[in-house]
Design a protein around this ligand. Structure first.
Ligand code: HEC
Ligand code: HEC
Length: 316
């Protein structure tokens, strides 16, 4: 009787995890069969920039666009141009300002030591992702030394945070697909679908995202009531379900020492990290501190937490 009870307890967690596949709305991969028409080949301009780039130039992995060179410090070579033949310029995905897109990550104002540690974790196998498509960073990290990463880490750490993700609670969300570069876009027109228990992040302006314009922010659509539910978990720990986040991530969730800030970052990025940490895909040394935080969380809790964190204002 006793051993049967123990067997039941031991088997239960693995059964739960096996049924729990990484949700496609968070771990983005291209939606098959969507015809997005011919590529726009015209020279493109952006408001407030005197630069001109075609889409082909924008997509140059070793020369990503720099629409507003006067707005950021001089970029280290690695950020602007990468390291041929393997490492793309970091600005391609994280933008010149480090704010990034929902399919990558917001690096602006993260502690430099934390960024360096993440590159080491990607390199040594302790940071993967529940969806291998999210692990392009492993390829880059393996082609870089700690010394090469340092100037890029210091660059992104030096950039002031600003509001980049607007969080909107909603029942219905524009119908959307995942296109080129794993970016999510709304279908043309006004068709909507139920959001359900998902987070859908869309660019405020499609052409701005395609242009990799660091003035073109994102809207995270989250379930109604999720921000308040997340706030309760963050501030009280949910009666032992998790641990109050501010103890380690700082008051206002803006980071503390080498612990990264969470306020105002992409909601689906934050969800992916909670999911990856819970499922053991992220297991670097410092992640041990997060283990008791995520152990008992359901996917719904993670949605609520991500909605609340993203809705908090980043800033210093
Ligand atoms: C081709 C796109 C791409 C490029 C170029 C790129 N990254 Fe990333 N980066 C990603 C993606 C995707 C993720 C997030 C993976 C995930 O969701 O788990 C990421 C995540 C990160 C993170 C983790 C952030 C955090 O909060 O833990 C760091 C640090 C990072 N990148 C640094 C860099 C640096 C430095 C460079 C330039 C050498 C770079 N990246 C170039 C796509 C890219
Ligand atoms: C005991 C300390 C501690 C507590 C409490 C804690 N965290 Fe963390 N958290 C960390 C550390 C340390 C890291 C960085 C791990 C690493 O270096 O890879 C982290 C990383 C994260 C990340 C990944 C950030 C990124 O940039 O990829 C998220 C998301 C996160 N925590 C959310 C939370 C939430 C939500 C709570 C509260 C419910 C919480 N944390 C409570 C210590 C903590």
């Amino acid at each position: 009787m006793r051993s049967a009870a123990i067997a039941f307890i031991v088997l239960l967690p693995s059964a739960v995890i096996a049924a729990d596949t990484p949700p496609g709305w968070a771990f983005l991969s291209r939606t098959p069969g969507v015809d997005t028409g011919p590529e726009d080949k015209a020279p493109r301009h952006r408001p407030g920039s005197d630069k001109t780039y075609t889409q082909t130039q924008i997509d140059d992995i070793f020369n990503p666009p720099d629409w507003y060179p006067g707005e950021h410090p001089a970029m280290p070579v690695l950020v602007a141009h990468g390291k041929q033949p393997v490492v793309h310029g970091c600005a391609q995905c994280h933008l010149t300002t480090g704010r990034g897109h929902p399919e990558s990550a917001n690096l602006a104002a993260l502690p430099a030591g934390y960024i360096e540690e993440q590159l080491a974790d990607f390199r040594n196998g302790s940071r993967t992702s529940s969806n291998p498509a999210n692990s392009i960073m492993i390829t880059f990290a393996k082609a870089l030394t700690d010394d090469e990463v340092k100037p890029a880490a210091e660059y992104f750490a030096s950039i002031k945070p600003e509001v980049w993700t607007k969080v909107v609670e909603t029942v219905d969300v524009p119908k959307s697909y995942v296109g080129e570069g794993n970016m999510r876009f709304a279908f043309p027109g006004t068709a909507k679908e139920p959001l359900g228990r998902r987070i859908i992040e869309l660019p405020s302006e499609e052409i701005g995202a395609k242009s990799r314009d660091p003035h073109s922010p994102f809207i995270a659509y989250v379930p109604v009531g999720s921000i308040k539910a997340g706030e309760s978990l963050v501030t009280t720990g949910g009666g032992g379900k998790t641990i109050q986040c501010t103890i380690c991530h700082g008051a206002d969730l803006r980071g503390l020492g080498n612990v990264p800030g969470l306020a105002g970052r992409s909601a689906i990025y934050l969800f992916r990290q909670l999911y990856d940490i819970q499922h053991g895909a992220r297991k670097g040394n410092s992640v041990a501190l997060m283990q008791p935080v995520v152990a008992k969380l359901t996917q719904d809790d993670m949605i609520d937490l991500a909605a609340y964190m993203a809705s908090r204002q980043a800033g210093s």
